[in-house]
Design a protein around this ligand. Structure first.
Ligand code: 3EB
Length: 334
């Protein structure tokens, strides 16, 4: 089994100053904040979320292998023979029927990945304007989630092969999606404290959200755990409504449980000291909450000088006020 998993040692994620030039090995550069999408480099994508702390890092996915990039069907992409980075921005005019637009988008992503030879989606990021607008099952997040699920469910055994994901609301119109895919699959990892999102009960929408809690990629000392947007959810319920400090505490407990599960299942009980955060993002619904969370940010970043991006964005459930995601390196013997 291990022979067939994604074992690229060439891929890494780094946070860089946004005004630096793209290095030769750059697969993708994600910039945050408002402003023009002026550049036509297919590796660049801009997400309309404001950073609440400086510097406003750009997220950069870099390969040590030669990279080729291009455009097709509205997507920008680049790839190195093992992994592909892709991105697209859909204007609001194309989201009038949001469920159908998302269904079509995700079918197009699958088609692009098959055509280019990277059929295994590893990690998805989704940024949707007005994510909590609309009532009940007509909430925009639920429409998005239903369309995504209908597209991904076209694949056999899709629930066993879901990518890690993030879905955040932005103040700017439209939908921005960027993603990583592999020639080989990653390994989904679930969180024993949480019901798998793809098994959420009906109360959260007509179709359960299609994502895994994390994807494990790489090999040996270059193993990485790409952790999905993680919030104050225990079982399937949002806990600590209205309390940002307790929500962040619960989020950190979810990180810990997920990491422990990955170590137990895939690394034969390797000690926790082998795991290091490489980059962390915190999404906050209300910028005014940041001072209250200051004391917890050190824990969020873990040991060392891990870059942290704090972004102003809406969380997909109205009762969640924050969400965090991270890339962890697992220092495993080969
Ligand atoms: C949760 O645990 C919080 O729909 O892609 C987190 C990460 C959440 C990804 C998604 C939703 C998504 O249910 C919400």
């Amino acid at each position: 089994m291990t022979a067939h998993i994604f074992n690229s040692r060439a891929l890494r994620c780094e946070y860089v100053a946004p005004d630096t030039a793209l290095p030769a090995g750059a697969l993708g550069r994600v910039e945050f904040g408002r402003g023009a999408r002026g550049d036509d480099d297919p590796r660049r994508v801009r997400v309309g979320l404001e950073a609440l702390e400086l510097p406003c890092w750009a997220e950069q996915w870099v390969s040590t292998r030669p990279v080729r990039s291009g455009r097709a069907d509205g997507f920008g992409y680049s790839h190195d023979g093992e992994v592909l980075f892709g991105q697209i921005h859909l204007p609001e005019a194309e989201l009038v029927d949001l469920e159908r637009a998302t269904l079509k988008l995700y079918v197009h992503i699958e088609q692009l990945l098959r055509k280019l030879g990277y059929p295994h989606c590893l990690r998805m990021w989704n940024f949707l304007a007005g994510i909590n607008a609309g009532e009940g099952d007509h909430e925009r997040y639920r429409l998005f989630s239903a369309g995504r699920s209908r597209a991904l469910a076209l694949k056999p055994d899709f629930e066993q092969r879901l990518p890690a994901a993030t879905a955040i609301g932005m103040a700017e119109p439209g939908l921005v999606v960027y993603f990583l895919a592999g020639k080989q699959p990653g390994q989904p990892v679930e969180n024993p404290r949480q019901v798998s999102a793809y098994r959420y009960p009906r109360q959260y929408g007509p179709r359960s959200p299609s994502f895994a809690r994390a994807t494990l990629i790489g090999a040996g000392a270059d193993s990485r755990l790409l952790v999905s947007g993680t919030a104050s959810v225990v079982g399937h319920e949002s806990v600590h409504p209205g309390d940002p400090v307790l929500q962040l505490d619960e989020t950190l407990r979810n990180f810990d449980a997920l990491i422990d599960n990955a170590l137990a299942r895939h690394f034969g009980g390797l000690p926790r000291a082998a795991v290091h955060a490489e980059s962390v993002k915190l999404y906050l619904r209300d910028p005014g909450l940041l001072p209250a969370l200051r004391g917890q940010l050190t824990r969020l970043r873990g040991a060392g000088d891990v870059p942290l991006l704090v972004l102003h964005g809406d969380i997909c459930r109205s009762d969640l006020i924050l969400e965090a995601e991270a890339v962890f390196r697992i220092d495993a013997p080969l």
